[in-house]
Design a protein around this ligand. Structure first.
Ligand code: SF4
Length: 349
């Protein structure tokens, strides 16, 4: 801890550069990151190399996608004064650590990772039988360990990756650290994720085409809400419904205030309100969340160089920490650059 400027525990997390973010990304992760900024020393990065593990064949939009993620972060309230934001590929020290960690990572550990097995089975349109894709969690481990992060805020699906990171840290320490600890073991910081349905009632996801984007203008949000599915039991206006089984009801629970929630609950169950009215209230709530984000985004859209400045400053800060860790790593492994004369015994031969 002596090399740390602040006493706050350190948090690190990343998001793959998949382009513009939607409300599901916000509620599932970003919103939580924004809240962590003051209690932790936070590092957030756009994982463009991780995006390459699946989208390696065509890299023409990778930079644009990275930029969109960054703009959405700034829009959502990640504040360059209170956290460090950077882009993975701008800090190539991650790659050196990834290489070294790959030497000590048994294949079996990687083949057992649940996300690996699932994606190999489910994604058929791309060839994921690559070295890079298998190594995805090793790269993630390097991302985390190079900052000696204490906490990694992630969703449930990423917990096995943090577990693997802990195992790799332990193995590294055992081989190379002697009595010291080069890599402390990070803890996952589980993000409480309310279920956020998309317009079709399924989980909001880019691949389902049911998203509400953080950049959707008010008219688009209202139009999307109009077509959103509701409690199927409410066929006619006079049929009572149940907000607990209605995707619009779920949106209210996440975004609406107590008063509106009470009106929805009572009105829906007694058929006192219609779905059109109820949806317009949900749209109001969404618009009031999105409008300030879009306002913040405008400044950076008008002057994208400002966003790039954030990334350059963040990259420089990240790089300094990485250099310190990598010196320690190279030292531990006997990979330093200084000239060392051969030991006497060897010279005598
Ligand atoms: Fe859903 Fe609202 Fe209609 Fe009830 S009134 S079914 S909560 S949209």
């Amino acid at each position: 801890m002596a090399d740390r400027e602040q006493k706050k525990p350190r948090v690190l997390s990343g998001m793959r550069s998949t382009g513009k973010l939607h409300l599901g990304n916000y509620v599932g992760a970003l919103d939580n990151w924004v809240k962590l900024q003051d209690s932790y020393e936070c590092f957030f990065f756009v994982a463009d190399w991780h995006a390459l593990t699946t989208d390696y064949a065509d890299t023409s939009s990778i930079k644009q996608n990275t930029m969109e993620v960054l703009l959405d972060w700034l829009a959502a309230g990640l504040d360059p004064e209170r956290c460090t934001m950077f882009i993975q590929s701008h800090v190539p020290q991650h790659a050196e650590l990834h290489l070294l960690l790959s030497m000590i990572t048994p294949l079996g550990w990687l083949e057992r990772v649940p996300t690996y097995k699932e994606q190999r089975e489910n994604i058929k349109e791309k060839d994921l039988g690559t070295y890079g894709f298998l190594g995805y969690p090793v790269l993630q481990s390097a991302d985390i360990l190079i900052y000696k992060a204490d906490y990694v805020p992630v969703g449930e699906d990423q917990v096995p990756h943090v577990e693997l990171t802990r195992e790799i840290a332990r193995r590294f320490n055992m081989f190379y650290a002697g009595k010291r600890v080069v890599f402390p073991e990070p803890q996952p910081l589980l993000t409480p994720t309310p279920k956020l349905p998309g317009t079709d009632g399924r989980k909001m996801s880019k691949s389902y085409g049911n998203t509400i984007m953080l950049t959707d203008p008010e008219a688009a949000v209202r139009a999307k809400l109009k077509t959103m599915v509701t409690d199927p039991a409410r066929v006619r206006r006079s049929d009572p419904g149940n907000p607990d089984v209605c995707p619009v009801g779920d949106l209210h629970k996440i975004f609406s205030g107590r008063e509106t929630l009470a009106k929805v609950d009572a009105g829906c169950r007694t058929a006192g309100i219609g779905c059109i009215e109820c949806k317009s209230w949900a749209a109001n709530a969404l618009v009031s969340v999105l409008a300030p984000m879009q306002e913040r985004r405008r400044k950076y859209e008008e002057n994208p160089k400002l966003a790039w400045d954030v990334i350059e400053a963040g990259g420089a800060r990240a790089s300094k920490i990485c250099d310190a860790t990598m010196n320690e790593v190279r030292q531990s492994m006997g990979l330093t650059k200084e000239y060392e004369p051969a030991p006497d015994a060897a010279r005598a031969k």
